[in-house]
Design a binder for this molecule. Structure first.
Ligand code: CP3
Length: 336
């Protein structure tokens, strides 16, 4: 069994390191493939290339896990929305149509995503057995933000778009949960070992709605994963001290910290869960001294409990791959 799976399932304290967005933007070998493949969705549906990109950081660095090269927006794509990525603007989806959305069928959905499952199968065969292959989904709230094009700027959403649709929102969330569980199961059947659930925009949910839009949808997906014995890591980014309530209600195997969460606080408050990540990805843009100092805080705090080293969000496009390599070496040799 891989170290990541041992930590998540058996709560064994051993070394494990991987990075969110380790496959992609900051790697020259990715940029080379990307420059020849302008359509991002098509690239995600190219099983051979997706597998090759997934393995790029594994070839370059001493990492314990690979994360499949895909995107959380492949689910809205498979449910009928066009998804376009324009440089500088982020993703843009075609208008959401509720009645079309509710007509979607399980088989069509799985067929549309079958190249991802093939990419997982190819990758699992090539990946050393000692390493985990991580697959992922976006949580319903985070997907809906993109599905309704509700993002106004980096940190703001148009909540009115949600309240206008309030009556249908529950229906959309339930339908998404249904399809997300299918996507999870298909990815596990294809050879994935762990599922990470990204709720990247959970921090934008008004406190009084956290239960309905964050805890309950994540918990429903977690219950499915528990029944299926699928190890899971949740990432409710930006919810501050509500991390504690999230953890007590949702009960994932692992929880990824964002950079705002104090590691000491997390160690005290987050119980019966494996902690992952936390280090601010911006630190990797600074000099070595800052990087070592930042990493030491996390490694030292969590050295006597099972902890998976990772960041508090994805690697930034401007990250120098040599800094990533240095950080991994530092973690491997750490002896505190
Ligand atoms: O982690 C990995 O290395 C695996 C691949 C992965 C991608 N997206 C590839 C990608 C993963 C796990 C994701 C998750 C994802 N996608 C999230 C959740 C994590 C997070 O960062 O909060 C979200 C919100 C998305 C949606 C998305 N996809 C956005 C907002 C963008 C545009 C901005 C950006 O991040 O570049 C994408 C595009 C995307 N997804 C790229 C990659 C490598 C960049 C594509 C390009 O080359 O232009």
């Amino acid at each position: 069994m891989s170290n990541l799976n041992k930590i998540l399932l058996n709560k064994i304290n051993c070394k494990s390191i991987w990075f969110m967005r380790q496959a992609g933007r900051y790697l020259p070998e990715f940029q080379e493939i990307r420059s020849k493949n302008q359509d991002f969705i098509k690239l995600c549906l190219n099983s051979e290339l997706s597998s090759e990109i997934t393995l790029q950081p594994i070839k370059r660095f001493d990492l314990d896990s690979a994360i499949i090269f895909s995107d959380i927006l492949m689910v809205p794509y498979a449910l009928g929305q066009n998804v376009k990525f324009t440089k500088g603007f982020g993703p843009k989806l075609s208008d959401f149509n509720l009645s079309e959305f509710l007509k979607r069928k399980k088989n069509d959905f799985s067929n549309k995503l079958s190249p991802i499952y093939k990419a997982i199968d190819i990758t699992r065969r090539k990946l050393n057995k000692s390493k985990s292959l991580i697959s992922f989904i976006g949580a319903p709230w985070t997907l809906i933000i993109y599905m309704l094009n509700a993002k106004e700027s980096k940190e703001e959403i148009n909540l009115q778009k949600f309240y206008d649709k309030k009556k249908s929102l529950d229906q959309v969330i339930e339908t998404l949960i249904y399809f997300l569980c299918i996507h999870i199961k298909n990815q596990i059947n294809a050879g994935a070992d762990v599922i990470q659930i990204f709720d990247s925009w959970a921090g934008l949910i008004p406190k009084e709605n956290l239960n309905d839009y964050c805890y309950i949808p994540n918990a429903k997906i977690l219950n499915f994963c528990k029944k299926e014995n699928i190890p899971t890591i949740c990432f409710p980014k930006g919810i501050k001290e509500k991390y504690e309530e999230f953890n007590n209600i949702v009960k994932p195997d692992g929880i990824n910290l964002d950079p705002e969460i104090n590691p000491e606080w997390a160690k005290k408050k987050l119980k019966n869960v494996v902690i992952q990540g936390g280090l601010n990805p911006h630190i990797l843009l600074k000099d070595d001294e800052h990087i070592i100092q930042g990493a030491t805080k996390y490694i030292q705090t969590f050295k006597d409990i099972p902890y998976v080293f990772n960041l508090g969000h994805g690697l930034l496009p401007e990250t120098d791959p040599d800094k990533v390599s240095k950080l991994i070496k530092f973690y491997r040799n750490f002896d505190g």
